[in-house]
Ligand binder design. Structure first.
Ligand code: KG4
Ligand code: ZN
Length: 343
């Protein structure tokens, strides 16, 4: 039974978790709230904050789990994609930990760990399934045939959906991260207040583009609410604009996901990543349960970046690694399986 210590520092959350098999014993997350004053993440400050927090967060995770360091078998850490300076902090901390204690080390792909976050403390998802991973850095649609056997169907060609939420929130002076704020403000607002354009990519119907929607919000604000070169916030129907923007993003995500499921004849769908916490997206996708789709979302705590999902992916690797290595069908994506010796 593997006991795993997992570390996640790909962006602006410093997180450590301890798992015994697939059971999460602790999952400590510290969010770097100071980025709010800059309206977005400042990478250099993010890495410095990880350095200050990592040891304390790891010790809290160990303490809360009741597991002694010497009983850990495997140390897992996010190896990318993410902010390079932030990743280096967690990776090097985890590798040093592994070297010092003579434990195994495994580097985990961040996108893959979001994908498996749906499994944690949740109902089983039968293969094959369509996975939508939608976060601040990624918007990707996969066909998942088995553990670690995927085909990428489409992805964003410009901004990620979460990035569009963050940028629109910044335009409206709402703070960072924008997704949860826009979600909250949209609750009782008019989502039909203005129709922002939905984008379609001709080359691949499963690809996404969100920069057009984001820019159309900017032009709409400029055209209707700019006064002497700046937006007059008092006159802006902020909540209705948030709800209308959110509707455009949510409809795009939901339509493409359902279209992929329908075209591939797949009834199971898993949606993960920070934007999967969005209440309108959950509602919109859940409407399709009536057509026989089983839709899974991670528990809210596992939607945004956290180390438990890193540990869970490491657990799956340890469980299925012999099968993975012998499975000739696994050709893509290039989610390279990193080992100790790769660093
Ligand atoms: O997965 P995550 O924590 O980090 C990345 O891997 O990027 O996702 C963060 C993103 C941010 O863009 C944030 O605005 C968005 O997820 N987000 C949301 C919500 N909660 C977080 N977007 C829409 N609605 C939410 N409730
Ligand atoms: Zn993430």
């Amino acid at each position: 039974m593997p006991i795993i210590l997992a570390i996640e520092t790909s962006c602006d959350e410093t997180s450590a978790a301890v798992l015994k098999d697939n059971l999460v014993l602790s999952n400590i997350i510290s969010s770097q709230l100071f980025h709010t004053e800059y309206g977005g993440i400042v990478p250099e400050l993010a890495s410095r904050a990880h350095i200050s927090a990592i040891d304390k967060i790891t010790n809290s995770a160990l303490e809360k789990s009741g597991i002694d360091k010497k009983d850990i078998n495997t140390i897992a850490a996010t190896k990318g994609p993410g902010l390079i300076g932030s990743l280096l902090v967690g990776l090097n901390y985890a590798k040093s930990f592994a070297i010092a204690l003579g434990k195994d080390f495994i580097g985990i792909n961040h996108i893959e760990s979001h994908l498996y976050s749906c499994y944690i403390e949740n109902k089983k998802i039968d293969f094959p399934f369509i996975a939508l991973i939608v976060s601040g850095g990624h918007t990707i649609l996969f066909l998942v045939n088995d553990f670690f056997d995927y085909k990428i169907l489409g992805q964003t060609q410009d901004d990620a959906a979460g990035e569009a939420f963050d940028k629109v929130a910044k335009m409206l002076g709402l703070g960072y991260p924008g997704g949860p704020i826009i979600d909250k403000l949209s609750e009782n607002a008019n989502e039909n207040f203005h129709k922002f354009p939905r984008s379609n990519i001709k080359e691949n119907k499963y690809d996404f583009s969100f920069s057009g929607i984001k820019t159309s919000v900017l032009y709409y604000l400029r055209k209707n609410f700019y006064n002497n070169g700046s937006v007059n916030n008092n006159n802006v129907p902020v909540n209705d604009i948030c709800a209308s923007f959110q509707k455009a993003v949510v409809q795009t995500l939901a339509e493409k996901t359902i279209e992929a499921a329908s075209n591939f004849g797949v009834k199971n769908i898993a949606v993960s990543g920070g934007v999967s916490a969005n209440s309108a997206l959950r509602k919109e996708l859940n409407k399709h349960s009536a057509e026989g789709y089983n839709i899974s979302f991670p528990k809210p705590v596992y939607s945004t970046d956290n180390a438990a999902m890193v540990g869970y992916t490491a657990y799956l690797y340890s469980k299925y690694s012999s099968e993975i290595n012998s499975n000739k069908n696994i050709k893509e994506p290039a989610f390279a399986r990193f080992n100790y010796s790769d660093f």
